[in-house]
Ligand binder design. Structure first.
Ligand code: PLP
Length: 389
């Protein structure tokens, strides 16, 4: 049974992203089971799960996704910035919301008005938050970010003695957790992942020496949590894996299923004579009599221009090539030899019959990564939420 939870009353476009919230909850539980089983075997407490829902939940729809993850037992959810957190609070999300992004130059008001947990990643951010917390007469719980080698956000692990005392003199800030982020957890050929983990360990000792004893620590994105249980600490922070995709090139036996599928319909089917061309730039030429199916989805919907003459869709239970350039609002498929008609389904991500195209494959086809393809799914594509099998 498909329960449409939002915005479908005026649905009229044939291109839809089906978001399977039951699969999403199942993925969270699969991760939960693995963490529980392996932690019990190692005689340690199992970590909580910070479910990462930044960037509109990797294109899946932040509010519905966060609701489903909260109901399925996520300890916390994480967003990129304050406005994303405010949106979730206004939609009624009640679990703690961690904001990953830097706050030093943005307006931190929402942190206080919407009960968000900010990241202290620069001395400037700490100063702004301390000033605001003092003005409001509150103590603000924060997570402290340590840069262990990625050199993006965070206090450098080898410079804490110089940078932290300022933060520690902030009586209105309470450091509840310390965390870091791995740059190469999905690259099994490199040992930088191990170096970052060691640097995080040393940083935690330095923090203790400075008198900072946060209750909690966290470090693991999807790839790290699959690769090394020593990165689990008190929380893990999966994103991609929750959406049912194992970060390439890793493989896993974990029972996760892709949450999103992307479907449209043929709106026209026509014949081509040998020598005739298709689309902008005439980048496809029929070498024999062909049938072309036109689909009303293009790069404005997130179907990358580079899929032209490279990517595939599923029509009539078969894999068919995308021919010619992908247009802004349309693309063309070679459906020669198939008994198809306007109205027939075309699948870009997902299954049809026994055929399947996943985001990893689509990303590899154009030299991108699944994270990017998912969050670039266009805003005009309606997300249809299904919460039962
Ligand atoms: C995006 C992000 C994650 C989740 O990464 P995945 O590879 O999708 O699991 C975890 N932690 C931080 C800080 C992030 O920015």
């Amino acid at each position: 049974m498909a329960a449409q939870l939002s915005g479908s009353a005026h649905a009229s476009r044939p291109t839809e992203a089906l978001v399977d919230l039951a699969a999403l909850a199942g993925n969270l539980r699969a991760i939960r089971r693995m963490l529980d089983t392996e932690s019990a075997a190692a005689g340690r407490t199992a970590p909580g799960i910070v479910a990462v829902v930044k960037a509109n939940a990797y294109g899946h729809g932040a509010v519905e996704t966060a609701r489903a993850l909260e109901a399925a037992g996520a300890t916390m959810v994480a967003v990129a910035d304050v406005p994303e957190g405010v949106t979730l609070r206004e939609a009624g999300i009640t679990v703690p919301i961690l904001v990953f992004g830097a706050l030093s130059v943005s307006n931190p008001e929402g942190v206080f008005t919407h009960d968000l947990t900010p990241t202290l990643s620069t001395p400037g951010a700490a100063a702004v938050l301390e000033r605001e917390a003092r003005a409001r007469g509150v103590e603000l719980g924060c997570h402290l970010k340590i840069d262990t080698g990625m050199h993006r956000l965070g206090f450098r692990d080898d410079h804490l003695q110089a940078t932290l005392p300022e933060v520690l003199r902030s009586p209105h800030l309470r450091v509840d957790a310390v965390y870091t982020h791995f740059a190469t957890a999905d690259d099994p050929k490199r040992d930088d992942f191990e170096h970052q983990r060691e640097r995080f360990e040393i940083a935690r000792e330095r923090l203790a020496a400075l008198g900072v004893l946060p209750r909690l620590a966290h470090a693991a994105n999807s790839a790290a949590l699959l690769r090394d249980a020593r990165t689990w600490y008190d929380f893990v922070r999966p994103g991609l894996l929750l959406y049912g995709i194992v970060p390439p090139p890793l493989a896993s036996t974990l029972d996760v299923r892709p949450v999103l599928s992307l479907r449209s319909r043929l709106v026209a089917v026509k014949g081509l004579r040998p020598g005739e061309h298709v689309g902008y730039g005439f980048r496809f030429t029929a070498e024999r009599p062909c049938r072309i199916g036109v689909v009303p989805a293009g790069y404005a919907d997130g179907l990358d221009w580079r899929l032209g003459n490279r990517g595939f869709a599923l029509v009539g239970g078969r894999r068919v090539p995308i021919v010619g350039s992908v247009c802004m609002d349309m693309l063309m498929l070679d459906v020669t030899g198939l008994d198809v008609a306007p109205g027939d389904e075309a699948v870009f991500i997902g299954s049809q019959g026994s055929e399947h195209i996943d985001v990893r494959e689509m990303a590899a086809t154009i030299g991108s990564i699944p994270w990017e393809l998912l969050c670039r799914l266009g805003s005009r594509i309606e997300r249809i939420f299904r919460d039962q099998q």
